[in-house]
Design a protein around this ligand. Structure first.
Ligand code: 8IG
Length: 275
């Protein structure tokens, strides 16, 4: 008699990764997850001392990081919340992008692992192009809503998840208390890996978008499916194609992150302790 190999579901795979995470970090339960996008890495040290740092590839279901400026590490950071209670942050120093072609389940595996590890909230950050008049490279913007142009979903089957208020109004208000100058915008995820044409940037604007990038929306959907509260923060690293008169390059993305690191580090550390 033959037995069909049982392939774990994405949720079982995430539970396995969370169990291994607890073993390797010695932290039984994490409270808040943070995913760092392009340009955000220099801000991470403001969050506090790492309890443990592991390679993403030490956990089942994770693949190696593929982008310069993204490090394939997961950091566990203990900090105190506003009332002095201990908090365990789970920080992903890199993400898997949709354009890597590893499938949507691979893109959202960190999110599902964070949920399985106990996180009730997740902060998704990214670097992106900005469309709004007056925005400058190096400026963080709160994501108020999104338009997912990948044509796909991390959810398979008849699970009609509600995405009203996907980007938590409560957490956005909290960010504005920390920094009253923060603006908001609608994030448009293109599949990438090429940047948009100037005509596509104009299309994004006509559709009601203010930020263009290659990540975040699928992760936000998976986080909502898992019942997590979602905060999205974009770092405008460049003006969207056709708006500055200059071609886009990845180096300006990294530079915008370096120059804005202390502002974003301060924002993140204040916000994660208040969530
Ligand atoms: I950083 O201008 C970064 N990522 N699609 N467009 C898209 N992704 C980006 C951009 C941008 N900047």
């Amino acid at each position: 008699m033959t037995h069909a190999a049982t392939v774990p579901t994405p949720y079982e795979s995430a539970a396995e990764a969370a169990a291994r995470l607890a073993e390797l970090t010695g932290v039984e339960r994490h409270d808040v997850a943070l995913v760092l996008g392009s340009g955000w890495l220099p801000a991470v040290d403001a969050l506090g001392e790492a309890t443990a740092e592991i390679d993403t590839t030490d956990l089942p279901g994770f693949s190696a990081a593929a982008v310069a400026g993204h490090s394939g590490k997961i950091r566990s950071i203990r900090c105190a919340d506003a009332e002095g209670r201990e908090r365990n942050l789970l920080v992903f120093l890199s993400r898997t992008h949709f354009y890597e072609g590893k499938g949507v389940a691979a893109v959202v595996h960190p999110v599902r692992t964070a949920a399985a590890a106990g996180c009730s909230a997740i902060v998704l950050t990214n670097g992106c192009g900005g469309l709004k008049e007056g925005w400058q490279p190096g400026q963080p913007v709160l994501i108020s809503d999104h338009i997912n142009l990948t044509g796909t979903s991390p959810i398979v089957g008849a699970n009609f998840v509600d995405l009203t208020d996907l980007y938590s109004p409560r957490l956005r208000a909290m960010c504005k208390e920390v920094d009253g100058s923060l603006d908001e915008g609608v994030y448009v995820q293109f599949p990438g890996p090429h940047y948009e044409t100037p005509a596509e940037v104009r299309m994004a604007g006509v559709l009601g978008g203010h930020l263009v990038g290659m990540s975040t929306t699928l992760e936000a959907i998976a986080a909502r499916e898992a019942g997590m509260e979602v905060l999205g923060i974009s770092l405008v690293t460049n003006l969207a194609a056709g708006l500055s008169g200059e071609p886009l390059n990845h180096e300006e993305v990294l530079e915008a992150g370096r120059s804005a690191a202390s502002r974003m580090g301060g924002l993140l550390s204040q916000v994660v302790t208040r969530i």
